[in-house]
Structure formats: C-alpha cells, structure tokens
Design a protein around this ligand. Structure first.
Ligand SMILES: [Zn+2]
Length: 106
C-alpha cells in the first residue's frame, strides 16, 4: 500500500495524501506527531504545528502503530530517525531545534 509523508514530522505513514492542492486536509491523524490533517492549512500553520511538537519533545502519538526500530528504550523517536524524517521534508533538525529554543525562551 502506498504511504504518504506527514508534512509536519516527515514520517511516511499516512494512508492518504494529507492535503490536496488547495491545502484541504484528509482528516487523517499522523501516528508519529499526532497532527490531524484537517481543514485548510497554510505552510505557516504546519511550521507552527511542527514547533509545538518539538517543544513537547517530539512525543510519538501512537507508538503501537509506529515502527519499534525507530524508537529508543524510552519509547521516544531516535535522533537519527528524527533527522531522517526532517531531511525527507527538507528540514534541518538541528536548525528546527534552535528555532524552537528561540521561540520558547522568554
Ligand atoms: Zn507527523
């Protein structure tokens, strides 16, 4: 079955294309970051969603449906896998993390 990549976390686990060409969502929830791809979204909204997920420490939304070999012993996404996912959507994980730290610092 063809899988689609989440534009928020980069995990390729969606069964439907998350957004159509007018950015209307499929309603599907990503098992990795938990984003429900609903309504009409903008790129800025997706970036905000990604920042929120990173501030929380990248929790895996549904670990029972996420590949075990991408998780560490605490059930967290491994850094290697996070970097891989971010690279796949053209994001630099290190830069994203720096941005998040800037946003979240007072
Ligand atoms: Zn996701």
């Amino acid at each position: 079955m063809k899988k689609f990549r989440c534009p928020v976390c980069g995990y390729k686990g969606l069964t439907r294309r998350p957004y159509d060409y007018s950015m209307r969502g499929s309603d599907e929830i990503c098992n990795c970051c938990g984003t429900q791809h609903q309504f009409t979204r903008s790129t800025a909204a997706l970036e905000q969603q990604r920042a929120t997920w990173m501030i929380k420490g990248n929790p895996i939304f549904k670990s029972s449906l996420y590949p075990a070999h991408y998780m560490d012993e605490h059930g967290q996404i491994t850094k290697t896998q996070l970097i891989r996912q971010f690279n796949a959507i053209g994001m630099n994980a290190e830069i994203c993390l720096e941005d998040v730290l800037m946003i979240s610092s007072p």
